[in-house]
Design a protein around this ligand. Structure first.
Ligand code: SAM
Ligand code: SF4
Ligand code: SF4
Length: 334
């Protein structure tokens, strides 16, 4: 059985977390009060090896996956992640991308490009150091991330997507400065609604700035017009500046759910498969990699899990569901 046949929502996009650790402590993802020195991060021996990740990636591609995103935690703190990129880049026909906080890009952008990474997204929540320090929890400077973006640009990544999560009362005042900065840069700024991922960020609905409000703020200063998605099921809604200064995207996971088109699977760094970002449980695939199960058998196991999928969390979100225990985004991969 091929996943393309299953429930009208084939599997197309695989997000692989390569580590659950991070050098940031973003308030909306890994608040430092929870993710301190005592936090039970995965141990090195629990992580999938690069060979195991490569093997699973090939099986997923057989099942219809066209795009693989390396994420985490912070993918650039996984030792020698460039070697993994090099292995995955050899799989024919996949769009290989990465999401990173950008802090290590100044030294890694070129080697990632040489290893075969095709595209990169960099997260940046403000251009104001004080606001950014509150958002990232550990005083990382804006300058370092901007240097990372520059290094990625110089290495040949273009356009770069810049992901900005908006939390009301914290960085909503940074929407316009970020729009001004990235207009005419060729990069694509994407505003992301603050989500109730995991169980540690203390999410409240009144801290979500709806995408419609974000678009209105930008449009008042820099008139926008909506444009067509690049492909069916694209998560970001696209807008272009009417004066030709480029485009932005908004990801309205909270106020305009898009579960019906969701074709994303997620694999944690220790090899568990999750069919939804808001899942409470995953399926351990690492056991099969380590007990002589054949590729065909693993393919059938994944098909069976996917065929039973009925996830639509964002369509049924409520204050009650927000309190249900969910897997952390840093573990499952953003
Ligand atoms: N560390 C990398 C980074 O920050 O880009 C990759 C992992 S991070 C979990 C992936 C993406 O998820 C980032 O763009 C981040 O801003 C976003 N994210 C994390 N927590 C979020 C939340 N509560 N709501 C919306 N987006 C979130
Ligand atoms: Fe780290 Fe990315 Fe989560 Fe921020 S959003 S804490 S950079 S994994
Ligand atoms: Fe996909 Fe789950 Fe997000 Fe819906 S809530 S779009 S099913 S990951």
């Amino acid at each position: 059985m091929r996943l393309a046949d299953l429930r009208g929502r084939p599997i197309r996009d695989l997000r692989m977390s390569v580590t659950d650790r991070c050098n940031f402590r973003c308030v909306y993802c890994m608040p430092k009060q929870v993710f301190g020195a005592e936090y039970p991060f995965l141990k090195r021996e629990e992580l999938l090896t690069f060979e195991e990740i490569h093997r699973l990636a090939r099986i997923f591609v057989t099942l219809g996956v066209e795009k693989i995103r390396l994420t985490g935690g912070e993918p650039l703190i996984r030792r020698e992640v460039e070697s993994l990129v090099e292995l995955l880049a050899q799989i024919p026909g996949i769009d290989l991308t990465m999401t990173t906080n950008g802090s290590l890009l100044p030294q890694k952008a070129e080697s990632l490009r040489e290893a075969g990474l095709k595209r990169i997204s960099v997260s940046l929540d403000s251009l104001d150091d004080d606001v950014f320090a509150v958002m990232n929890g550990v005083d990382h400077t804006v300058e370092r991330v901007l240097e990372g973006i520059e290094a990625a640009h110089a290495a040949g990544f273009m356009p770069i997507k810049i992901n900005m999560v908006i939390k009301r009362g914290l960085n909503d005042g940074s929407i316009l400065p970020m729009a001004s900065y990235f207009r005419n840069s060729g990069h694509i700024l994407r505003f992301i609604e603050y989500m109730d991922v995991g169980g540690t960020n203390g999410w409240r609905f009144d801290e979500v700035v709806p995408a419609s409000e974000i678009v209105a703020v930008v449009d008042r200063k820099y008139p926008l017009e909506a444009i067509e998605p690049n492909y069916h099921g694209e998560v970001a809604r696209r807008y272009r500046y009417k004066d030709g200064a480029g485009e932005i995207g908004v990801i309205a996971s909270v106020t305009q759910a898009f579960c019906a088109d969701c074709t994303r699977a997620r694999l944690s760094a220790n090899g568990s498969l999750y069919t939804c970002l808001f899942a409470t449980r995953g399926t351990d695939l690492r056991q099969y990699l380590r007990n002589d199960t054949s590729d065909d058998e693993i393919e059938a196991i994944i098909s069976s899990i996917w065929s039973q999928r009925n996830d639509r969390y964002s369509e049924i979100r409520s204050p009650e569901t927000a309190r249900v225990s969910k897997v952390e985004m840093s573990y499952i991969g953003g």
